[in-house]
Design a protein around this ligand. Structure first.
Ligand code: FE2
Length: 434
């Protein structure tokens, strides 16, 4: 009996040893596996210029991150971020304009993603570009997803969001499902510029929105609530229409917008804001905004003003209510990015309107502009063409006429003077002879 008992005991001891060994191995390897850095927020492009870009991402745990990047799919440059944290903001400078760069994020030298691409802004020498516009989108539902899928299909250089980025309250915990997830594969390559909607203000006076986006803030107050930027031959200004009119913050914005629009010499000018000055739908025309900002839009030759707030598509005729001698401004309500749709009324100022989920695609080619309104199935349901070459040609023609008149006048004057001098000389000669 002894040998048998000993055999059983030995077998039990062996099993216990295996279990202990397994536990030992697990206890050493488990923390290592858990500590592998991972992206909790995929990178997104912010504030691109012709020579720089800002890329933002987040990791689940604090990590030392770096970014590899380069042209022609070669990741031959590297920027190491200082300090360890969960939110990472990398500014890449000294880039070439009109160029496509590849990049990928690393933490503790471990790549966290496959390489993605971004493009630096085009300068004046490349006046062909396009952008998308949409708004009232942050529902996280299938309507937002369908519009996002169609936006992803067009090759745009950047996007404008006309406000209400995240429903119902612009809360930070909703940003992942209602902003980052729907647009993840787009905003890792191009910048979406937002403007503040009323729903974006409901949490901590807009703090999650302001914390999320890295915006130009090119105003004396360094506010990210309103800003402008140039792209190619266009100037684009974002206006916070939620600010109480004539409050101290809004007064600063108003004066800045006036100076910003007055000083830009770009051929194309666009503005985008949440509340529409002209609308025939649920919320209707926002008169306080119309009275305050539409005179500026008309006086400083803004071509198109994009708005949201009313959940549908509305395009006005060219409106010149305050400066009849000017060219006039087209207003487009593009609030069909995902939020439930509103009915539309009638107005003589509305050239076309439709209750539909959609986005707008604007293509600029030097002096011509082609705008397409595209629904959530990829069908174009409205379009607009603007051409500045004809108005330029008229100015050149008038300039030529004025030049010829002045030139002819100068010749006539000179001829007259010469004749008069000759006559005077003749008269003097006669006197002398006499
Ligand atoms: Fe709104």
């Amino acid at each position: 009996m002894w040998p048998c008992t000993m055999k059983v005991e030995k077998s039990i001891i062996n099993k216990i040893a295996y279990v202990l060994l397994a536990l030992l191995i697990t206890s050493f390897s488990a923390p290592q596996a858990l500590s592998l850095p991972q992206l909790s927020q995929f990178p997104y492009i912010q504030r691109p210029t012709t020579s720089s870009v800002v890329i933002v991402w987040e990791t689940y745990d604090p990590a030392l991150c770096s970014i590899e990047y380069g042209m022609n799919s070669v990741l031959d440059q590297r920027t190491q971020l200082a300090g360890s944290g969960k939110r990472h903001v990398a500014a890449l400078n000294g880039l070439r304009p009109n160029a496509t760069y590849s990049y990928r994020i690393l933490a503790e030298d471990i790549p966290l993603m496959d390489a993605a691409t971004f493009r630096t802004n085009r300068d004046e020498s490349h006046p062909e570009f396009s952008f998308v516009v949409f708004g009232d989108s942050g529902t996280g539902d299938h309507n937002q997803a369908r519009v996002a899928a169609q936006i992803h299909r067009v090759e745009a250089d950047f996007g404008l969001i006309t406000g209400d980025v995240v429903y119902p309250r612009g809360a930070s915990e909703d940003y992942e499902s209602k902003y980052f997830l729907p647009y993840r594969d787009i905003i890792s390559s191009i910048c979406f510029y937002p403007t503040m909607g009323n729903h974006d203000y409901y949490t901590d006076n807009g703090k999650p929105y302001l914390d999320t986006f890295v915006l130009p803030a090119n105003n004396p107050a360094k506010s990210e609530k309103y800003y402008s930027f140039d792209y190619g031959n266009a100037h684009i200004v974002s206006i916070d229409s939620v600010l109480p009119t004539n409050g101290p913050e809004e007064k600063e914005q108003f004066e800045w917008v006036r100076q910003d629009l007055a000083s830009s010499r770009k051929l194309w000018k666009f503005a985008f804001l949440h509340h529409p000055p002209y609308s025939t739908s649920l919320h209707g025309s926002e008169m306080r905004i119309r009275r305050r900002y539409s005179p500026l839009f008309e006086e400083y030759d803004v071509d198109i003003v994009f708005c949201g707030h009313d959940h549908n598509y509305q395009r006005t005729v060219k409106i010149k209510e305050f400066f009849p001698e000017k060219e006039g401004v087209v207003y487009i309500v593009t609030g069909g990015g995902g939020g439930h749709l509103y009915d539309i009324g009638r107005s003589a100022r509305i050239a076309f309107a439709k209750k539909i989920f959609h986005f707008v695609h604007v293509k600029i080619n030097k002096e011509s502009l082609e705008l397409s309104a595209i629904d959530d199935r990829g069908n174009e349901f409205d379009s607009l063409s603007l051409d500045k070459s004809s108005s330029k040609a008229v100015w050149i023609r008038w300039g030529a006429v004025v030049f010829l008149i002045v030139f002819a006048g100068a010749i006539i004057l000179k001829t007259g003077l010469m004749r008069s001098r000759k006559a005077t000389n003749s008269s003097t000669d006669t006197c002398d002879i006499g």
